[in-house]
Design a protein around this ligand. Structure first.
Ligand code: HEM
Ligand SMILES: *[C@@H]1O[C@H](CO)[C@@H](O)[C@H](O)[C@H]1NC(C)=O
Ligand SMILES: *[C@@H]1O[C@H](CO)[C@@H](O)[C@H](O)[C@H]1NC(C)=O
Length: 491
C-alpha cells in the first residue's frame, strides 16, 4: 500500500518536474523569457494561495521585466504567453486579429449560459456579435435612454432613503445599482423603482464570486483537458433562473404591441427574423436558450465593471475637490441649458466629465488584463516570437496604463491628459480590436448618467480606511477595497 502511494507520489513529482522543464524549454526555444517562479502553474499558483488579484501578480512580473517583448508562463497542457510590450499587445488585439480572434475562456458542451458572445469563438461568435451589435448603436441607445435615466433617478432616490449607505459598502451599493440598471435594460422597466424588480435579489446573489468559481476559472485556464473531462459548467447554478426569466419575458412581449427599446425587444426581433446565417452558410437558431445566454452576458460582463468604473470616478473626485467642483459646474450648466433635464444629448455634452471618466479608468481599468487564444500559427512583431496555434495569450492593460514611458507621472490623477483614440496603444479600458467591449457605449452612458444625477444631489468625499486602498482577490477585475465614498446631501 505504502509502496504504491510513494510510487504514485514520485510519479506525479516526476511528471510535474518534466512538465516544468518542458514549459521552460518550449519558450526558450521560441526566444521568449520564461517565468520561473512556478514552472507548472505560472502566476496562477500565487493567485490560488495568496489573497491578491491576478492582475497585480502580472504587474509584478511586468515590473521585473520592463523590456521583454513577452514572457512565457507555465500551465499543464496549453502553452501560455504573457504579452507585455505595447506593440505586441496591439498586434494581438488589433493588427493580427485573425490569428487571435478567440478569447480563450473554455466552456463545455451544454454549458448553456456560457454560450454567449463573451465566450464564443469562430463563426458562432462572429454571427452572434453581428446580430447583437445593433443594440448598441447611438440611435438605439438614445431610444433606450429613458430606461438609463430612470434607473439613475431611482438610484438617487434609493441613496436618499438609505442614509446607512452614505459612507459604508460603497462598491456594494454601486453594484446593486448597476444590477438594477442592467436588469432594466434587459428585462424592461415598469412604473415602480428598478430597485423593486423581482429579478434584482436573485441576480445579485448569482454573481458573487466564490471559492468554487475561482477554482473552476483557474482549472479552465490551467488544465483545459481536465476541465473538459469533468464537464464542468461555469454557470450551471443560474441556468434555470435565467432561461426561465427570459422565456417568461419574451412570451409576454410577443403579446404586447408597444416597443420598449430594451434587450427583450431585440430578442423578439432576432427571433422574428428566424435562423441567423453568415456568408459561408453557417447557421444559428435564435432559441430562447441562446438569447437567455446573451442576456446573461449583460450581467456577467456588465455589472461589476460598470460599478467599478463609477467607483473609480467617485474615488478620484472625492479626493480632488477642485476637479469635483469643475465637474459639478459643468453638470449644472448643461442641466440649465437643457431646461432642467439630463437628456441623452445633455450627457453627451459633458466633455469634462468624459475626461474625468477616461482618466479614472486609466488609473483603475475595471478589467486588469485581457486574454486571447491563438487560432493560427503566427509571429509577434517585437522579438519575433513564434506563437503556435492553441497558445493562450494574456495581455497587459493595467500595466500599460501605469507605465511612465507611456503616461507621464502615472500615479497622478490628471483629467487633462490626452487619452483620445490616438493613445489607444497604451490606453485600453474597454479592450481593443474585433473583440472590444460591445457594451462600452451603453456602459459609459449609464455611468455618466448616474454620476450626473448623484453629483447634483450629493457632495462626496473619499474615505480611505486604515491601511489605505487595496485590491481584492479577483480573477480579471480590479476590486478597490478598504475605501468608501461619503455622500453628503446637498441642500
Ligand atoms: C465601464 C464598464 C465596462 C468596462 C470597463 C468593460 C470592459 C470590457 C473589456 C476590457 C472587455 C474585453 C475586450 C477585449 O477583449 O478586447 C469587454 C468585453 C465585453 N463586454 Fe464590456 N465592459 C464594461 C461594460 C459592459 C456592459 C455594460 C456590457 C453589456 C451590456 C458589456 C459587454 C461586454 C461583452 C459582451 C464583451 C465581449 C465582447 C466579445 O468578446 O466580442 N460590457 N468589456
Ligand atoms: C492628442 O494626441 C494626438 C496624437 O498624439 C493628437 O493628434 C491630438 O490632437 C491630441 N489631442 C489633444 C486634445 O491634445
Ligand atoms: C475618452 O476616451 C475615449 C476612448 O475610450 C475617446 O474616444 C474620447 O475622445 C475621450 N474623451 C475625451 C474628452 O478626451
Amino acid at each position: 500500500m505504502i509502496v504504491l502511494l510513494l510510487l504514485s507520489i514520485s510519479l506525479i513529482l516526476i511528471y510535474v518536474y518534466l512538465n516544468g522543464k518542458y514549459n521552460e524549454n518550449y519558450w526558450k526555444e521560441r526566444g521568449a523569457k520564461f517565468y520561473e517562479v512556478n514552472k507548472v502553474l505560472g502566476p496562477f499558483w500565487e493567485f490560488l494561495i495568496s489573497d491578491r488579484p491576478l492582475f497585480q501578480i502580472f504587474h509584478d512580473i511586468y515590473k521585473k521585466h520592463p523590456n521583454e517583448p513577452a514572457i512565457g508562463i507555465g500551465t499543464f497542457f496549453t502553452p501560455s504567453l504573457y504579452v507585455t510590450d505595447a506593440k505586441n499587445v496591439h498586434a494581438v488585439m488589433q493588427t493580427d486579429f485573425v490569428s487571435f480572434s478567440e478569447r480563450g475562456f473554455e466552456m463545455n458542451e451544454g454549458d448553456l449560459l456560457a454560450d454567449n458572445i463573451l465566450f464564443m469563438g469562430g463563426k458562432r461568435w462572429k454571427l452572434m456579435r453581428q446580430n447583437m451589435t445593433p443594440l448598441f448603436t447611438a440611435a438605439k441607445l438614445k431610444n433606450m435612454y429613458y430606461i438609463i435615466d430612470k434607473s439613475a433617478l431611482d438610484f438617487v432616490e434609493h441613496l436618499k432613503n438609505n442614509p446607512e449607505k452614505w459612507r459604508r459598502n460603497t462598491f456594494d451599493t454601486l453594484s446593486t445599482f448597476c444590477c438594477a440598471a442592467i436588469g432594466g435594460a434587459v428585462f424592461g422597466i415598469g412604473s415602480e423603482s428598478t430597485y423593486d424588480s423581482p429579478f434584482l435579489e436573485i441576480t445579485r446573489a448569482a454573481f458573487r464570486p466564490t471559492l468554487w468559481s475561482n477554482i473552476r476559472f483557474s482549472l479552465s485556464n490551467l488544465c483545459t483537458p481536465l476541465f473538459k473531462l469533468l464537464g464542468l459548467k461555469l454557470f450551471s447554478e443560474h441556468e434555470e433562473f435565467f432561461i426561465g426569466a427570459i422565456k417568461q419575458v419574451l412570451r409576454k412581449r410577443e403579446q404586447e404591441k408597444v416597443k420598449r427599446h430594451d434587450f427583450a425587444d431585440i430578442c423578439i426581433q432576432i427571433q422574428k427574423n428566424g435562423v441567423m446565417r453568415d456568408e459561408s452558410g453557417y447557421e444559428l437558431l435564435p432559441s430562447d436558450e441562446l438569447l437567455a445566454a446573451q442576456a446573461f452576458f449583460f450581467f456577467t460582463a456588465g455589472v461589476e465593471p460598470t460599478a467599478t468604473a463609477i467607483f473609480a470616478v467617485l474615488i478620484q473626485l472625492g479626493k480632488h475637490p477642485n476637479i469635483l467642483k469643475q465637474v459639478v459646474q459643468e453638470i449644472e450648466d448643461v442641466y440649465n441649458k437643457y431646461n432642467a433635464q439630463l437628456s441623452y444629448d445633455a450627457i453627451g455634452e459633458m466633455e469634462y466629465l468624459d475626461k474625468v471618466f477616461n482618466e479614472s479608468l486609466r488609473i483603475f481599468p475595471p478589467i486588469g488584463f485581457l486574454t486571447r487564444k491563438c487560432v493560427r500559427d503566427t509571429v509577434l512583431p517585437v522579438g519575433n516570437i513564434k506563437v503556435a496555434k492553441g497558445t493562450k495569450m494574456y495581455t497587459a492593460v493595467y500595466e500599460l496604463h501605469h507605465d511612465s514611458r507611456y503616461h507621464e507621472n502615472p500615479e497622478m490623477f490628471d483629467p487633462e491628459r490626452n487619452l483620445t483614440d490616438q493613445k489607444s496603444e497604451t490606453y485600453l479600458p474597454f479592450g481593443k480590436g474585433g473583440r472590444i467591449c460591445i457594451g462600452a457605449r451603453y456602459a459609459k452612458l449609464q455611468a455618466k448618467a448616474a454620476l450626473a444625477h448623484v453629483l447634483r444631489s450629493f457632495d462626496i468625499k473619499t474615505v480611505e480606511h486604515k491601511g489605505g486602498l487595496r485590491f481584492g482577490k479577483d480573477q480579471v477585475q480590479l476590486r478597490m477595497k478598504n475605501v468608501d465614498i461619503e455622500f453628503i446631501p446637498r441642500n
